[in-house]
Design a protein around this ligand. Structure first.
Ligand code: MLT
Length: 266
């Protein structure tokens, strides 16, 4: 389905009724990365996914897509769908957007799942790499970015034993526009350090990380856990950075337990 938000067409899916769980995807993927989680939640709660600006079937306007802009888009979609408060589930870039959403609109976040992500900003070297990668996307196209990123996004076990997952991730990356990939890279390069907001989080928070994640390793997840009062950490074995796609069985069971635990006090 499509709706206008902040001057662009945003593609989203909204299923079922009940406690709203809003999924925010990773870079440079799209909302279909959450298909297994949406299916698993079907009888448990309302699941909403969207393609962030620049990705999937959502428009890719020119310019750099800051995390604040993406958070404003998610907030705009919540307004359209008349959702006052949601459980946010953000993986990697989706986690950066979730933290920006909490920083800018604290009342709309009722609980948080931060998967394979970090609160900190980029180092100088990481920022330089991103800006080069944005130029590369514009010059050489999405396939070149897929070639660079596949080995980093999935874990060793997936590379060796789950060729269908690797192929699915590649297809998702290649389907994106170079303009969208470049816009998000530049926006992530500009993102602020969100570490200072962690201490203010006073709602249930679950941290998830794949034990083979080399982009946001277990130590990053431990940092998030110790920064957020009462946060729970689940480490998923045999998964890399895309833990939900690589081990959907384990990811879903942890997620469903968490969502069910929220229902009484929501
Ligand atoms: C992601 O999976 O969203 C990216 O790895 C985020 C990033 O490049 O920092």
């Amino acid at each position: 389905m499509k709706t206008q938000v902040n001057g662009i067409d945003v593609d989203y899916r909204d299923q079922d009724v009940g406690l709203p769980v809003l999924f925010i995807h990773a870079f440079p993927l799209n909302q279909t990365m959450w298909d297994e989680q949406v299916a698993a939640l079907r009888t448990h709660s309302r699941a909403i996914t969207l393609d962030l600006r620049g990705f999937g079937k959502t428009d890719a306007p020119p310019g750099s897509y800051t995390m604040d802009q993406m958070a404003a888009d998610v907030r705009g979609l919540m307004t359209v769908l008349e959702i006052d408060r949601a459980v946010l589930v953000g993986l990697s870039m989706g986690g950066y957007v979730s933290l920006a959403l909490y920083r800018n609109y604290p009342d709309v976040v009722g609980a948080l799942v931060l998967a394979d992500t970090r609160a900190g900003a980029d180092t100088h070297a990481a920022r330089e790499r991103r800006l080069k990668s944005a130029e590369k996307a514009e010059r050489d196209g999405a396939r070149a970015i897929a070639d660079d990123m596949i080995q980093l996004l999935v874990g060793r076990t997936t590379l060796e034993r789950r060729p269908a997952v690797v192929e699915r991730v590649r297809k998702m990356i290649e389907a994106n526009s170079p303009k969208g990939i470049a816009g998000a890279q530049r926006g992530m390069a500009e993102r602020r350090d969100s570490s200072y907001i962690l201490a203010g989080i006073d709602f249930p928070t679950l941290i998830i990380v794949g034990d083979e994640d080399t982009l946001t390793p277990v130590a990053e997840a431990e940092g998030l856990r110790s920064g957020i009062r009462g946060a729970r950490l689940e480490v998923i074995d045999g998964a890399g950075h895309l833990s939900n796609l690589e081990r959907p069985d384990k990811f879903n069971s942890v997620l469903i337990d968490f969502v069910n635990s929220l229902k009484e006090s929501w």
